[in-house]
Ligand binder design. Structure first.
Ligand SMILES: [Zn+2]
Length: 70
């Protein structure tokens, strides 16, 4: 049986292990939403329009399917 012990030495640095990523439960937290008053002054009022989510699962407004409790 051949193994790493029998491989020729290259003198190179061994490859880095894959980065450890911890997947958190729930929806991904984005950057804080801009305050409407603050946005008015900075001209970003268009960006923070309140979107009416319609849930595909329970057909209720206010949240989307990702935020559905069902
Ligand atoms: Zn729902």
């Amino acid at each position: 049986m051949s193994g790493p012990e029998l491989w020729p030495q290259t003198g190179r640095v061994p490859p880095l292990p894959p980065p450890i990523t911890i997947k958190k439960a729930g929806r991904i937290r984005r950057l804080r939403s801009v305050n409407p008053i603050e946005a008015e002054y900075s001209g970003k009022a268009e960006v923070c329009k309140v979107r009416k989510y319609l849930c595909k699962i329970c057909k209720e407004q206010g949240h989307n399917s990702r935020g559905c409790k069902i």
